[in-house]
Design a protein around this ligand. Structure first.
Ligand code: PHE
Length: 345
């Protein structure tokens, strides 16, 4: 009795060894047969009742070994067959097929123009200062020598935040001058690119939001000649080595003396004729020597230091650079327009 029961174990072991499931489906059949809830090894465990006491231990060990053998074979085959299935899937990939093109974004023409300007000034030691678009009255106006009742506040129609007489959308990047001077002592040499807002009627030539790059240089002995030379350098880098500039006297509350700078584009092309209204001259920036009162407002000793500042508009330069006819295109975010700048970084 005992001998035949033991031989059943041998048969079962041989049967397990002989199994050759060739794929995952066959392996599942194997699992159900030997390891499932109604597996065929189970009855062999039941047989232990009929085994004489002295053989019970040996039988128990061997029936466990049979079960383990089934489990081991299952795990091993599972790994093998799963790997084979993965390999088969990889082999289905056609490595010679052309790749799917990755959709590439493009930089905005305003950003491209600003980056060009930034690079030009970085070459002569200016560093970028970045600051907030939602500004308080003090940094935008008061510090810049434009107190509340000053007529110059009318020059810029300001967007105030709802219910506020204090918080506004900055009307120029000159607010960054105040921000920087308040926490830095000279030498200061910064450019501040960014977006500004004015309550203006939107047309092909002007918009209620636009971009400026501010420049500020404060140190001992900074003169108007330094300003002029810096601007000439900029114009030549930006518009070509033959570029001509002219400075016209002007007025800003925060500079004295003040000027506006035009660049000569000529009237050879229809585009330049239109952009310069037939004069050949394109106005691109306001500038001047920082008013000593501004330095003092920001905690800089005006008896020791002098400085120059300028603020240039970006949109007009971008119109020229990329031959664009209407300023509103910059703010519509039409991808058919924006995609045309994908080639440049
Ligand atoms: N902030 C002036 C403007 O927006 C430009 C400017 C900047 C003029 C710095 C002088 C000095 O028109």
């Amino acid at each position: 009795m005992s001998a035949t029961t033991f031989s059943k174990l041998d048969e079962m072991m041989a049967a397990i060894e002989a199994e050759q499931p060739g794929d995952l489906d066959a392996l599942e059949q194997f699992r159900i047969k030997y390891l499932g809830s109604k597996n065929i090894i189970k009855p062999l465990f039941g047989e232990i009742r009929n085994i004489p006491n002295e053989d019970k231990k040996a039988y128990g060990q061997r029936v466990n070994a049979v079960k383990e053998a089934a489990e081991q074979k299952f795990q091993q085959l599972k790994q093998q067959l799963e790997m084979a299935a993965e390999d088969a899937a990889v082999q289905d990939i056609d490595l010679t097929a052309p790749g799917e093109p990755m959709p590439l974004g493009s930089r905005h023409p305003i950003a491209l123009t600003m980056n060009r300007i930034i690079r030009i000034f970085e070459r002569i030691g200016f560093v970028v200062a970045d600051d907030r678009e939602i500004e308080d009255d003090w940094h935008n106006f008061t510090a810049m020598n434009t107190p509340e009742d000053h007529p110059a506040r009318d020059m810029q129609d300001t967007f105030y935040l709802q219910d506020s007489t204090e918080m506004l959308l900055r009307t120029h990047t000159s607010s960054v001058q105040a921000r920087v001077m308040k926490h830095t002592q000279p030498p200061i040499r910064i450019i501040a690119p960014g977006r500004v807002y004015r309550n203006e009627t939107v047309s092909a030539r002007s918009h209620c939001q636009f971009h400026q790059v501010e420049g500020l240089y404060v140190d001992e002995g900074v003169s108007f000649a330094d300003l002029k030379q810096t601007l000439l350098y900029f114009a030549r880098e930006m518009f070509g080595p033959e570029a001509k500039i002219r400075l016209r006297p002007s007025y800003f509350p925060f500079t004295e003396p003040s000027a506006e700078m035009d660049v000569y584009l000529g009237t050879d092309t229809e585009k330049d004729y239109r952009l310069t209204k037939g004069t050949g001259w394109l106005e691109i920036l306001g500038c001047g020597m920082v008013d000593p009162a501004v330095l003092e407002n920001c905690g800089i000793d005006s008896t020791r230091y002098t400085g120059f500042a300028f603020g240039m508009g970006i949109e007009r330069q971008a119109l020229r650079l990329y031959d664009i006819g209407d300023i509103r295109l910059f703010f519509e975010n039409d991808v058919r327009f924006l995609r045309q700048f994908a080639a440049e970084f």
